[in-house]
Design a protein around this ligand. Structure first.
Ligand SMILES: [Zn+2]
Length: 75
């Protein structure tokens, strides 16, 4: 079973990868195309295998999490 709980919290849009495409990170057959929404990864996209797709999603989520912390006061 998948974990649908996490799906809507992910700042990543998921599509099917074009047939025949290879994972950008490891070169294995890609399963999904991921596009980051928001944060410093905004509009970053690529095709990934299942494993690397998870890492990509996690990286985006982590980046957003740290981005939530205010770095400067706004006057
Ligand atoms: Zn991969």
């Amino acid at each position: 079973m998948s974990k649908p709980i996490n799906e809507f919290r992910r700042p990543v849009s998921v599509d099917f990868a074009p047939r025949g495409s290879a994972c950008e990170w490891c070169g294995k057959p890609a399963e999904r195309q991921l596009t980051a929404i928001g944060g410093r990864y905004h509009n970053e996209s690529g095709v990934f295998c299942r494993e690397c797709g998870e890492k990509f999603s996690q990286a985006v989520a982590n980046a957003l999490h740290t981005a939530v912390v205010p770095e400067a006061e706004v006057c």
